[in-house]
Design a protein around this ligand. Structure first.
Ligand SMILES: [Zn+2]
Length: 448
């Protein structure tokens, strides 16, 4: 039997026989016969000229002639999405030295910005995108630090990267700034820049509440101004919310109330929300109910959070530092898993590999019963949250963008790093290598 990594994928028109696809990646999975114990379905896929031309229950009706690959019941997933990254600040290790705290991350990022020329930002973004592409990620939303003197440069690089990577990774940008900028004229000008760049308006609640000691009334005023700036331009919004263990201020219920008060019609994505897990049960329940009323979406970023939260010198962390993902899902809310920081001043690890992020998330959140819930959070649910169209699903007429695993079950998929995965883009196998770390050596400020 050919080893999985050595499979030769023909071009043009061919059949993938006996592919086992988790139901979340299919539009009407029950059409393909009974699900297995993981909720996956055994199908044959006809690939034609880069598109999925047909899907049928295994052995049902595929053409017998022409090339075919028998996957023998191995897992086939859609390519994945990462709807919360920071490509503009990544790949700066060891130029930046994280100390493992949120405050230290902020300080070291501000210091690192002295090196952020257009060329520097572009080189680091390109490196991160290449990692993601090779690992099987086809859509990324990246936040861009959007202070007044930085945003025009970062957005210019972003637009160039979006063009450069078109067809490989669909890119969205979020203009990220503390909500306090909506006290100034820069808030509206940033919203204009975001609109011109086809992006999403971002904000951070913590800088206001925790670091500036602003009261609830001031947060409400700024949330209204932020949502108004987005509504006037037809923008969606994406907030960094409650990123610390502080119980007060608690921004999430104020965001839900602001969305209802202003009748905001766009999508509202709340990232992090870690302090929700520390609130008393009745407060958490009430907040989740208000989030349902307001139609909020969520993205959890478990890998950097478990690194950053509850870190105190000489003391083992006592809590996981992540939001109430299971309760949010149980309430019918959409929750995505994102990668967040990658080799930067906040989090020195990561490789933009959403399979790895899924592995860690399943363990951190106990998302193994059933496993399939976690897959949707980096697939179709993430796609719906980001308005990313076809990404995260395997459908007739859509590009054949898929990950072929050697694993047959989701247990097998979760136990090994899937280093032998085969990524198909438009039906063709991606043969590009991961970028070499040595490519970053020439960046200004990198130690020799
Ligand atoms: Zn983030």
């Amino acid at each position: 039997m050919t080893r999985h990594a050595e499979l030769v994928v023909p071009g043009g028109r061919y059949v993938l026989r006996r592919a086992r696809i988790p139901g979340c990646f299919l539009h009407a999975p029950s059409a393909f016969g009974p699900a297995d114990a993981d909720g996956s379905f055994l199908v044959d896929l006809l690939i034609d000229n880069g598109l999925v031309a047909d899907i049928s229950a295994a052995g049902a009706s595929m053409p017998a002639d022409g090339p075919a690959i028998d996957l023998a019941g191995r897992q086939v997933w859609s390519t994945l999405l990462d709807v919360h990254t920071h490509l503009d600040k990544g790949q700066v290790i060891p130029r930046a030295v994280p100390d493992g705290t949120l405050e230290g991350g902020a300080r070291a990022t501000i210091a690192d910005r002295q090196f952020w020329t257009e060329e520097d930002i572009a080189a680091r973004m390109r490196f991160g995108l290449q990692c993601a592409y090779v690992h099987g990620v086809s859509m990324i939303r990246t936040h861009l630090d959007s202070h007044e003197h930085l945003a025009p440069r970062s957005f210019q690089v972003f637009r160039a990267m979006r063009d450069e990577w078109a067809g490989r990774i669909d890119l969205q940008a979020v203009g990220l700034a503390p909500l306090a900028v909506f006290r100034t004229d820069w808030g509206n000008r940033l919203a204009d820049l975001v609109l011109q760049s086809g992006g999403v308006l971002g904000g951070v609640t913590d800088a206001l509440g925790v670091y500036e000691g602003a009261g609830d009334a001031e947060m409400d005023r700024l949330l209204d101004a932020f949502l108004m700036a987005a509504a006037e331009r037809g923008l969606d919004v994406d907030l960094h919310v409650d990123q610390t263990e502080a119980l007060d201020p608690f921004a999430l219920p104020r965001i839900a109330a602001a969305v209802l008060r202003t009748k905001f019609k766009g999508r509202v994505l709340c990232g992090h929300c870690v302090s929700l897990a520390l609130q008393p049960d009745d407060v958490a329940r009430e907040t989740i109910a208000r989030s349902v009323d307001a139609g909020l979406d969520f993205v959890t970023l478990p890998t950097p959070m478990i690194y950053l939260q509850d870190r105190k010198p000489g003391r083992t962390p006592r809590w996981r530092g992540v939001t109430l993902a299971q309760e949010l899902l149980d309430a019918g809310l959409k929750v995505a898993i994102g990668g967040d920081n990658c080799r930067d001043a906040w989090f020195p690890f990561g490789d933009h590999d959403m399979v790895d992020t899924l592995h860690q998330s399943v363990r951190i959140f106990h998302l193994d019963q059933p496993f399939s819930r976690a897959l949707a959070m980096a697939g179709p649910m993430a796609s719906d949250i980001a308005g990313a169209g076809r990404h995260g699903r395997i459908a007739v007429g859509a590009p054949a963008d898929m990950i072929l695993l050697s694993a047959r079950t989701l247990n097998e998929a979760m136990c090994r790093p899937q280093a032998d995965r085969i990524v198909l883009r438009r039906g063709k196998r991606v043969m590009d290598p991961l970028p070499d770390y040595a490519e970053l050596d020439a960046l200004a400020g990198m130690p020799a």
